[in-house]
Ligand binder design. Structure first.
Ligand code: F6R
Ligand code: MG
Ligand code: MG
Length: 381
């Protein structure tokens, strides 16, 4: 069995929160290459989206393996040292604990792992996002695996026709449920339509039971109990044969879906699919970006990547994303551009509310109303 592990973290931004510094990425690749030479990994590829570094690794040690998680943790710690030396912004930002305790889950970094029997030909896509939250993939994953208007294979390809099973996590209450599409579609949508609370973790082919997709659902703010940074999730999707075709997997991103994140993690903005060369959010710290890297696996080796959004077929989506960005920005500090109070990552509300506490009066206090209205008239006279 082969395991694909994608573990990611923001360990320092260059400049501000806009990108990763090349020295950090080079160091990350150095560490993983050394782990390959020692036989811990089969292969690895270090990539980035915005200020997040993504470690894409293949090995035979299964999911949640302590050695693999420790390798990722140590790589992030070493990268943080470089970030500190260069005084990069937010060095070590996502590393929330002082010491590694056996598993990277709950320590800050996000992880998406799947164990597979490598097929004779195994195309996979790794999605990497920046300036958005876990749950941002609910809608596109739904379209890939449950919407026949996106994925004709659901109708006309025998191995897809029975549909897919969705494992959904309630990220606030640490619970999970499995729901089948198409038969439980309406029940599924009740939950995944609320992506700040419910996130799709895994998807399985119902005919074969094979794992089809996995996403990182780690919520930084819930782990830390305060705002640290955005989750900036990763997703791995298997393609072709018993799964949607590559083109069906990336088709949902022809719409720049509105997601949570962007400036200060407190705004709605369009998710813009970009080539790696454009995976550097700048305008208003965004708009949120998405990269998709395609690989062919060959006995665990990562053949690739192919930068799948580096395609004029997505030019109009990026243009639409810019129009949506302009439109939303016009709302300034108003909802629905700004997130609802309970979803905001930054807020001055408690401090401002405390300061003004004594100035609120009862709506029914008519005497006070007369006093306010009478004051300027008296002055005029
Ligand atoms: C959003 C993000 C940025 C920062 C913003 C302020 O996920 O990373 O938009 O929130 O640049 O950053 P600080 O508070 O670090 O100055
Ligand atoms: Mg950052
Ligand atoms: Mg980030």
């Amino acid at each position: 069995m082969l395991t694909i592990s994608v573990i990611k973290a923001d360990i320092g931004g260059f400049v501000g929160h806009s990108a990763s510094h090349p020295d950090i990425l080079a160091l990350g690749q150095e560490w993983l290459t050394r782990a390959q030479q020692k036989g811990l990994l089969i292969d690895s590829h270090v990539s980035h989206c915005g200020d997040d570094m993504f470690l894409i690794m293949t090995h035979e040690r299964g999911e949640d393996n302590e050695e693999i998680h420790k390798l990722a943790w140590d790589t992030f710690i070493a990268g943080t040292e470089v970030a500190k030396k260069l005084k990069l912004y937010g060095a070590g930002q996502d590393l929330l604990t002082d010491a590694f305790s056996g598993n990277i889950k709950g320590a800050g970094p996000g992880s998406a792992e799947m164990e597979i029997e490598e097929r004779p030909s195994e195309p996979i896509i790794v999605f990497m996002a920046d300036k958005t939250s876990a749950g941002a993939f609910n809608l596109p994953l739904y379209k890939m695996f449950a919407d026949p208007f996106n994925t004709p294979g659901l109708i006309i390809a025998e191995p897809l026709h029975k549909g897919f099973r969705f494992q959904v996590q309630d990220v606030q209450n640490h619970k999970q449920i499995e729901l089948d599409a198409p038969n439980e579609l309406y029940d599924l949508l009740v939950f995944i339509g609320a992506p700040s609370r419910y996130a799709i973790k895994r998807i399985y082919n119902r005919l074969t039971g094979e794992i089809a997709a996995v996403s990182s659902t780690d919520k930084l703010s819930l782990i830390a109990g305060r705002y640290v940074g955005k989750d900036d999730p990763a997703v791995v999707v298997r393609c072709q044969g018993n799964f949607p075709a590559v083109g069906e997997v990336i088709e949902p991103f022809t719409t720049p879906w509105i997601v949570e994140g962007w400036m200060r993690g407190s705004h709605h903005g369009p998710l813009m699919p970009v080539a790696l060369k454009d995976a550097h959010p700048s305008r208003f710290d965004g708009p949120p970006r998405l990269v998709s890297l395609g690989f062919q696996l060959a006995n665990g080796k990562l053949i690739g990547p192919r930068d799948l959004f580096d395609d004029p077929g997505y030019d109009h989506t990026r243009e639409e994303a810019n129009h949506i960005a302009d439109f939303l920005r016009k709302h300034g500090p108003f909802e629905p551009h700004r997130l609802p109070l309970e979803e905001m990552e930054y807020t001055t509300m408690p401090a401002v509310a405390a300061k003004l506490e004594g100035r609120w009066t009862d709506l029914a206090d008519d005497g006070n109303k007369k006093k306010i209205m009478a004051a300027p008239i008296a002055e005029v006279e």
